[in-house]
Structures are given as structure tokens and as C-alpha cells.
Design a protein around this ligand. Structure first.
Ligand SMILES: [Zn+2]
Length: 329
């Protein structure tokens, strides 16, 4: 039996060696020689962490594959667009980071003069040059959900925004500094990505089934206090309020949704830089709906949301402005 990581929904390729055919064809795992007909096969992949082993490639590809179908389900529940059909994903061992350049989509949908000649260029690059606990399923999936959130956003924003962001990332290397021209465009894209990755990882793994998260560095105690939800609530890069390079306010999106009363009841403290957060009741749909092509940076998104504050105790302009001030907006 062969397991082929390809359907109308997606195509997953795997790269852990120098053979060009690995890049050019969907991942194929020859699982065994089964001569009778099978209508419903269930193949499980155990966790492997050795970068060179094919077993690791299969494990990562299968985990990313499952993440896509889970993301589709959550996105449907939330009323947001899923990633586009026939999304091209490349899992590879040559980086610790992942990205969603959406190359194939830009090509097929008429992106402007893409200088790409490679066969079927990937939409999502998933780097698994990770170590140890980072191969935990929930951690792999959080990254996958993060990238799929970018792919959802891609569907409602402009090609130009995506191309400009690719240029920016290449020029400055990763997310650049707050003062680099275009940083607030990356802040928009990544505040959504970081927030959604953790939000959906929490939805999948809940308060106690997650692994020992890097941000908290706790031993093998999985509790609500070191859950993916808690990471969103503490926000930022290991509790510094902002993500990488100090200018991505991912926690803001969590803070306008969550209920501080609920958090306090669960002994969950906000990031110490947040002195008051009484805003709650925004939804993932209501945020996503403000992320169309006229929203080209984080400041614009935050202003648009300011004009759409849901009715509720404490949900007023003054409190909203206090919260956004903590995040330097
Ligand atoms: Zn991202």
C-alpha cells in the first residue's frame, strides 16, 4: 500500500535529502505490500525526531496533514475562510521556521510578474529542523495552524500586500525592527498568525493535554496555567508582551476576545504590562471581517475594530484605548 500525501485539498511534499525528485513529487510512503482491496485504511505515524530519517518526514507530513483538516473544521465553526484548495505544502528539514509565501496561489490566481520558475512552488514551507520536545504534536500543529491562518488571510487581502511582505521579510530578515518601513504590515500579518496558532492549539489540546510549552519552560505538568490559552493571555515572546523583535502585538487580539473575570477565576494573570483589560466579546469572525484588502497594517485593523466594539459592560472607547495604548498603538 502506498500513502500519497495528495488530494484535491492539498499536496504535501517532503524534502530531507538532495534528490530533486523529492521536491518535484508529492510525498509517497510505500507502506507495505498489500494485495487485497482496501476501502478504508488507517495508517498511524509514530513520533520521530531524527532530521535525516524518512520516518520523521512522514510523521511531520502526517501531522501537518491532520492539522489542515482540523483547521478547516475550526474555521468553518468560526465563519472564516479556510486555506485555498489544492494548497501546496513543503515539509523540509532545512530550517527551524515556517512561512506562508503562497507562491503557487500567487501564480495561478494571477499574481503580478512572479519571478518563480520552480515546478509547483510551495504555498507553505514547513521547516522541521527542530529539536526534542518541539516535535510534540501540539507544537507542530500550533505552527501549522499559524501558517494556515496566514493562508486564510491571504484569501481576503491583496496580492500586493503579500508580495510587499515577502520583499520586506527577505530584505530585513525575519520580521525586522519596529522602525523599519513596512514593519506594521508584518505586524498585521503576524499578530493574526501568532494569535490563531495558539487559539486553535488550545481548542485542540485544551487546558491539560498540551506538551510542556517552551514559553513556560515547565516540566511535564500540563495545566491551564501553562496552556496555549495562557500563552496568548501572557502574550508575546516568552512573556515580553510582543513577539519576535518586540513589535508584534498578537496578545491584543486575544485580549479583546477574552473575559478577565474568567481568567481571574482560573488564577490566570495577564501580562504585567497590561494594567487593565475590560474589553471582551470580539469574535474571530468579527476580527477576520476587518482584515480585507483595505486593512494593510496593524494600526488600521485596531482602528477598524475600535469602530465595532461589541456591546457589553466595560466595552467602551476609553477602555479600548487604554488597552491599545499598552500595546503601543
Ligand atoms: Zn507567521
Amino acid at each position: 500500500m502506498n500513502v500519497i500525501f495528495k488530494s484535491d485539498r492539498k499536496e504535501i511534499r517532503g524534502l530531507n535529502g538532495s534528490s530533486v525528485s523529492q521536491y518535484a513529487l508529492p510525498l509517497l510512503h510505500i507502506y507495505g505490500n498489500i494485495s487485497y482491496n482496501m476501502n478504508s485504511a488507517n495508517v498511524s505515524y509514530e513520533q520521530h525526531t531524527s532530521h535525516n530519517d524518512d520516518d520523521t518526514k512522514y510523521y511531520v507530513a502526517a501531522t501537518v496533514n491532520n492539522s489542515l483538516y482540523e483547521y478547516d473544521e475550526y474555521a468553518a465553526n468560526d465563519g472564516i475562510l479556510p486555506p485555498p484548495d489544492d494548497i501546496k505544502i513543503l515539509v523540509h528539514r532545512y530550517a527551524t521556521s515556517s512561512s506562508a509565501p503562497m507562491f503557487q496561489q500567487l501564480l495561478t490566481l494571477g499574481g503580478i510578474g512572479m519571478p518563480i520558475t520552480a515546478v509547483s512552488p510551495p504555498d507553505i514551507l514547513y521547516g522541521y529542523g527542530l529539536s526534542g520536545g518541539q516535535f510534540a504534536t501540539d507544537q507542530l500543529k500550533e505552527t501549522a495552524y499559524h501558517e494556515f491562518a496566514h493562508a486564510s488571510h491571504f484569501r481576503i487581502t491583496s496580492y500586493q500586500l503579500w508580495l510587499d511582505n515577502i520583499d520586506y521579510i527577505i530584505h530585513y530578515g525575519s520580521y525586522g525592527d519596529a522602525t523599519d518601513p513596512g514593519a506594521d504590515r508584518t505586524d498585521l500579518i503576524e499578530m493574526w498568525g501568532y494569535f490563531m496558532g495558539r487559539e486553535y492549539a488550545h481548542r485542540r489540546y485544551g487546558p491539560t493535554r498540551h506538551s510542556s510549552l517552551i514559553a513556560f519552560g515547565f516540566p511535564d505538568t500540563a495545566t491551564f496555567l501553562n496552556s496555549w490559552y495562557a500563552w496568548n493571555e501572557n502574550s508575546g515572546d516568552y512573556n515580553s508582551l510582543f513577539e519576535s523583535n518586540g513589535h508584534i502585538a498578537a496578545g491584543f487580539l486575544h485580549d479583546i476576545i477574552d473575559d478577565s473575570t474568567y481568567n481571574a477565576a482560573h488564577n490566570l494573570n495577564d501580562n504585567s504590562a497590561i494594567r487593565m483589560d475590560s474589553i471582551r466579546g470580539f469574535t474571530i469572525t468579527s476580527i477576520f471581517n476587518q482584515m480585507g484588502s483595505s486593512t494593510t497594517n496593524a494600526a488600521t485593523l485596531i482602528e477598524k475594530l475600535r469602530s465595532n466594539i461589541p456591546i457589553g459592560i466595560g466595552n467602551n472607547i476609553q477602555n479600548y484605548d487604554s488597552l491599545k495604548f499598552y500595546y503601543n498603538y
